[in-house]
Ligand binder design. Sequence first.
Ligand code: FUL
Length: 636
Amino acid sequence: MNPSLSRRALLASSMAMGGAAACSPGGIASAGGAAPLPAPWGAVPSARQLKWHDRRFYGFVHFSINTFTDKEWGFGDEDPALFNPTDFDPDQIAGVAKAAGMTGLILTAKHHDGFCLWPTMLTEHCIRNTPYRNGKGDIVGELGEACRRAGLNYGLYLSPWDRNYAEYGRPAYIDYYRATLTELCTRYGKLFEVWFDGANGGDGYYGGARETRRIDAPRYYDWPSIVKLVHELQPDACTFDPLGADIRWVGNEEGHAGDPCWPTMPNIPYTQENGYPGVRGGELWWPAETNVSIRPGWFYHADEDAHVKTPATLMEMFDRSVGHGTTFHLNIPPDRRGRIPDRDVASLKAFGDALRATFATDLAQGAVVTASADIGSTAGNVVDGNPDSFWCAPADAKDATLTLDLPPGRAFDLIELKEWLPLGLRVTRFAIDVSDDGTTWRAIAEKAMVGPQRHVRLAAPIAPRRVRFRTVEAEAGPALRSIGLYRSVAPAELPPAVSNDPSLIPSRGWKVVAASAAGNGALMDDNAKTAWQSAAPAEVTFDLQREEMLRGFTLTPTRHIDPEAAPPSRWIAETSVDGKAWTAAGEGEFSNINYARATQRPAFIQPRKARYLRLRFPAPAVAAPRIAIAGINGFR
Ligand code: FUL
């Protein structure tokens, strides 16, 4: 029988060592007595980070006043009375998360507009002043209870930026922010994650001042003190994402992480260049979370009903996040009823079914395992199904190999490897070889990093009699928690989605009368993959071909990330009934357009009859030579 390397003993000893270079005084219980533990290499995770890595896949719930105003970022002047879900069903939301295979949910307790989803007495801009349950509701509490009933972990998002609060930008707001955070951390049971958004400062309502307020975020918030507050009140909660927090941003909102994505980073402020791949050997254990929405936007918008990500896309994102060593944080926004819409449910369920079917049987179980180097006889621990045991090679066995002898007929196309994280990231590169006779070997993959978990997908199933893990480059002899072999199951396909937004006026059939650049057919082809590009300012005039009652327009930004072309930052609209006399229809910002790439739905000052629509886009949302737009429609 293989001895088990106890996680608790190891954690205790690595904490007692207090440094990566120290040699462990402890030992590993083994058949022949205690074998010395090797010293960890480099940064190692804290106890709460270790637990968090195993959360693997969890959901985000963006639900707030924006759900009712069709915005992505509320300005902060919204009337709380607008928040009125007609059929809020937290058990349906939790049930969908379970069906998708999620381990928890994180709710936007307050987004940038400042509206609080719990009955706080610290502001009037909260659920107490809404028609929902006659002001007696508490979305934070109700979803938290449903999560507990469903056996899901629960976490909360509290936007540091507050476009409603009069004192935002001044010291009094920090007191308010800490007080709201304290309420959330003390009233709603155990939290596994607390999310601090990086979007901070800009224009807002600010108690009626309606001005722009810029802040120096690290100085203003004093993040280490806020992280400390969370840890004091919620010892298991990992904080996201400023320097000093437990988890970092992966650097995009599109659902992919670097290949690989190292959990370590240098002890300097975050950059997307570092955050995406992570930094091998960085002194901080600051692992990435890959966050993305199942829809283009973070909040529910009816005109995105036909743009819900397919089960196959979710699987691809799972591979490119979890498979690269990060967690996968998928947003599932409830609609105005307060339920996850049918299309999203179907997609999540098909994805969850495929995930469960794929990981139901570990074909490595029962393999006979041998290692070229071992402390004690721990090699078999990689297939024992025990998350607290691992194979450990001596520190100097940097080229150690581990071989799984399989029974015949074990056909697999997905390999999952996990490193024993309390000993650090010892392996820099590894290879997987296969053989039938144990003499002739064929390399089938070579990759950097094992880390929290690493997936190797094969083009087709294979059934070799032996599978070998081989270190190609390592800083210390490897310590692996597990090697799993799986036969992947593709998710079921869904029938094509149809938009069920009756207010949409599709642009298919419109004519472009004038435009600042050619190629404008892409604006009207209902295809987010094609885009019109123009130097700034970009301008386009449409003939709708018939008079319509227009309330506003929708703009879908290009989803293609291109340094040469970015979505527009603002819009200016005019309308006309005859193409000669024009009246101003309004102007405004596209909120969060560069990162979320959601369809935007700006409303005009008031609905108007129009046959012609002229839109002007003065500048790109980030510095780029051109503006790119994938589609424009109208709405009534
Ligand atoms: C971003 C925010 O600005 C979005 O609205 C959303 O909440 C996303 C998760 O983070 O930075």
